[in-house]
Design a protein around this ligand. Structure first.
Ligand code: DAH
Length: 352
């Protein structure tokens, strides 16, 4: 339908106004100027009422046709803005599906855990059981049963974290200062089995017990939490010579070399008699010829054997307690123990 020039002009104005709107909100404002309550087209429609009937018909049809066109222009402009917005998003959020994937980061076993597993495998191959026990230990297992009575000065060899609570019998509780209480716990369960007839009487007690231990201690070679592995072999005639053979064989397997020496240096522990400190020296490598302290050990004291529930006239054997971080440091050439517990992935990632 052809329309009068003034109406044609309204269409041109609307076209220009809609095209210049760059955001949907601007476009809606422009729309109001034409189609809104106070818009020009609304005014035209209102004005029709004052016209004579014939003119009203033709003019009315024209105004209506213009309204339809303006609405169409508006819809086109809305669509154009929506398209532009979508295209802008598509170009910023584009995803190149042909790029290679980033891959999953593989985790690894902590070096102390690796060393623990290695120690377990070696001792298992020599017939030792592997046991686990509580880190919050009562004072009897941690000290008294191991021949360190209440108020005995030997207790001060280990700076201890006492726990505020007591156990159900009123015994003080401590964060275990060593894995040695596991000697008594394990031996007593084996003896209980022997007494109950579920384990042959006279069976050897042969176990290692790795785990976390705690002391008030902190420097490059001490951490308030560290790991030990306890060893115990009790039978009718397990001698100091057996200790030397077993421990030396263990070190050779652990370090994968027979080119190392061991030295059993006299020492003191309340729970062994005689007591030794075990030192080792590599025959070659960066530490060649340097004696390194690696473990405490000794023949189990008769009082401790009695606390196992056994007669020290019938049973004898050895025990040892070694630092697992110390073994890890030597195996991997780490010179600061604290690195194991800082959780720095640059360090830990090297053991994957
Ligand atoms: N429990 C001792 C400590 O932590 C180490 C030790 C020494 C364990 C001699 C033993 C042993 O079993 O026989 O210092």
């Amino acid at each position: 339908m052809s329309v009068t020039p003034d109406l044609e002009h309204i269409i041109d104005q609307a076209r220009t106004a809609f095209a210049s709107a760059t955001r949907p909100a601007d476009l809606e404002n422009e729309k109001a100027k034409f189609l809104g309550k106070d818009g020009v087209l609304t005014a035209e429609l209102k004005a029709l009422g004052k016209l004579p009937i014939e003119e009203k018909k033709t003019r009315g049809a024209q105004v209506n046709a213009v309204r339809v066109q303006v609405e169409q222009l508006l819809n086109e402009a809305r669509q154009a803005l929506a398209d532009a917005e979508l295209n802008a998003r598509l170009s910023t959020e584009k995803l190149d599906v042909t790029l290679p994937g980033r891959g999953l980061n593989r985790g690894g076993v902590h070096p102390v855990t690796r060393v623990t597993r290695r120690v377990e495998a070696i001792f298992r191959s020599m017939g030792f059981d592997v046991a686990d026990g509580p880190e919050i230990e009562n004072d009897w297992y941690n000290f008294t049963s191991l021949n360190s009575p209440m108020n005995h000065p030997a207790r001060s060899m280990q700076d201890t974290f006492y726990v505020a609570d007591k156990d159900e019998r009123g015994n003080p509780l401590v964060l275990r200062t060593h894995t040695s209480p596991m000697q008594v716990r394990y031996a007593r369960t084996q003896v209980a089995k022997m007494n109950a007839g579920t384990l042959k009487k006279g069976s050897p007690i042969k176990v290692i017990a790795p785990g976390r231990t705690y002391r008030v201690d902190s420097d490059a070679t001490h951490s308030p939490m560290f790991h030990q592995v306890e060893g115990l072999w009790i039978a009718e005639a397990v001698s100091f010579a057996d200790l030397k053979a077993v421990y030396t064989a263990f070190l050779q397997k652990f370090f994968e070399t027979t080119d190392l020496q061991t030295r059993f240096r006299p020492s003191y522990f309340p729970f062994t008699e005689p007591s030794v400190e075990i030192d080792m020296a590599f025959g070659s490598g960066p530490n060649a010829g340097k004696w390194l302290e690696i473990s405490g050990a000794g023949q189990v004291h008769p009082t401790v054997i009695r606390n196992f529930g056994l007669d020290p006239e019938e049973y004898m054997g050895f025990a040892f307690g070694s630092g697992l971080e110390r073994l890890a440091m030597l195996r991997y050439g780490v010179n600061d123990l604290r690195l194991f517990f800082e959780n720095d992935l640059r360090f830990l990632g090297q053991f994957k």
